[in-house]
Design a protein around this ligand. Structure first.
Ligand SMILES: Cc1ncc(COP(=O)(O)O)c(C=O)c1O
Length: 391
């Protein structure tokens, strides 16, 4: 008898991750002793600072190893509330904050709380690959807004207005963006806010790359632009990127009280609290001055500049200079090959691992991550240049 494979229908629309397939292949080759240069990383290549690790170890030794309140310990929520005020000019009382197992979890909770079956969710494309899948799992409808490198991959007001209809419930905004590195400025955010308020559209603002922003640009939280947009916005952030804490799984969100209460209910009956030990580590991180993320950002800016210089010398690649995050999204259409072919062949023939753009909505692009050392960037770029014949 064939095995019983009756999975829930909600999984029908969920795609396997192209990112994971390439990274798994790269890992396998590496384990076989191949000298693979990794341009695929989605996390900073720095260790979590010692003072954060020490706080976690101390909390284990002190027996802080039991359930905590679902939405996080008061000490941490107070610090997050202060952080929102100081960095983002946002007033979220601790009762308006939920700490979750990574920003990914915060985003998923938000969609589950707000998106009904058949509600449309606007996602600027290219996009971070989990957004559409989260909408699908919430049984909403994904509605992409295509952007262009001419506008630095940002949605224009005309784009936004054209794509709104009676079913539109939410816009997902990601600034600085993965994979394009685009950053929305004050004027652009004001216009987006004006339209979302007029049409009563919720905004999920994913600000996870807030601290990785270049050329002295200032990150702006859309929720800080007035009471009406504040009421409609769920601001999502976390410690993964800014403190190199991807494995600790601490993300958080702030929003209107009734939304946050709904999200607390979801978390009550799914994961409960994020790990008690990670919460204590997060307390140490948020209590410290901003030095770690400032240094991280400075280092990334050096790498971005180096990579941009190298890429500018390659005729078959064009790109928009990222203003934030740690990726360059590269147009490879002039190679005459699609992204999956380029990524697979670069891995097999030049031992460079990078992510094909199809998972981000563009199969004529590849994503190069510069979360790796300058030496590796140099070596990897030499290999790419040679593989392309630099013609
Ligand atoms: C745009 C974006 N949002 C959210 C996340 C998830 O972050 P976390 O590790 O906090 O779940 C990522 C991670 O790569 C990301 O790129």
């Amino acid at each position: 008898m064939p095995p019983d494979t009756r999975l829930a229908k909600r999984l029908n629309k969920i795609n396997p991750s192209a990112t994971l397939a390439i990274t798994a292949k790269a890992k396998k080759l590496k384990s076989e002793g191949k000298d693979i240069i990794n341009f695929a990383a989605g996390e900073p290549d720095f260790d979590t600072p010692d003072f954060i690790k020490d706080a976690a170890i101390a909390s284990i030794k002190a027996g802080f190893t039991k359930y905590t309140p679902t939405t996080g310990i008061p000490e941490l929520k107070n610090l997050i509330s202060n952080k929102f005020k100081k960095d983002n000019s946002l007033d979220y009382a601790p009762s308006q904050i939920v700490v979750s197992c990574g920003a990914k979890h915060s985003l998923f909770n938000t969609l589950l709380a707000l998106v009904d079956r058949e509600d449309e969710v606007l996602i600027p494309s290219p996009y971070w690959l989990s957004y559409p899948e989260m909408v699908n799992l919430s049984e909403g409808i994904v509605h992409f807004i295509k952007t262009s490198p001419v506008n630095n991959f940002k949605i224009t007001i005309a784009d936004l207005e054209k794509n709104i209809n009676a079913k539109t419930k939410m816009l997902i905004l990601n600034s600085p963006s993965n994979p394009t590195g685009c950053v929305y400025n004050l004027e652009e955010l004001k216009e987006i806010a004006r339209i979302c308020v007029a049409k009563k559209i919720f905004v999920t603002s994913d600000e996870i790359y807030e601290k990785i922003i270049y050329d002295n640009l200032k990150h702006i939280s859309i929720a800080s632009l007035g009471k009406d947009i504040y009421d409609l916005t769920i601001t999502v952030n976390g410690l993964s990127k800014s403190f190199s804490m991807t494995g600790w799984r601490i993300g958080y969100l702030g929003g209107a009280q009734y939304i946050v209460e709904a999200i607390s209910k979801i978390q009550d009956h799914s994961t409960s609290n994020p790990a008690s030990i990670s919460q204590k580590a997060a307390v140490a991180a948020l209590n410290a001055p901003d030095d770690f993320s400032r240094n991280l950002c400075q280092e990334f800016q050096k790498r971005r500049d180096y990579l941009a210089k190298r890429l500018s010398g390659i005729k078959k690649i064009s790109f928009v200079l990222p203003q934030g995050a740690f990726y360059v999204f590269c147009d490879i259409s002039q190679t005459g090959l699609d992204a999956l072919t380029v990524a697979n062949r670069l891995l097999d023939e030049a031992q460079v691992a990078l992510i094909p753009g199809e998972g981000f909505g563009r199969n004529d692009y590849i994503r190069i991550s510069f979360a790796t050392s300058l030496q590796h960037l140099e070596k990897g770029m030499d290999r790419i240049e040679e593989w392309l014949g630099n013609g």
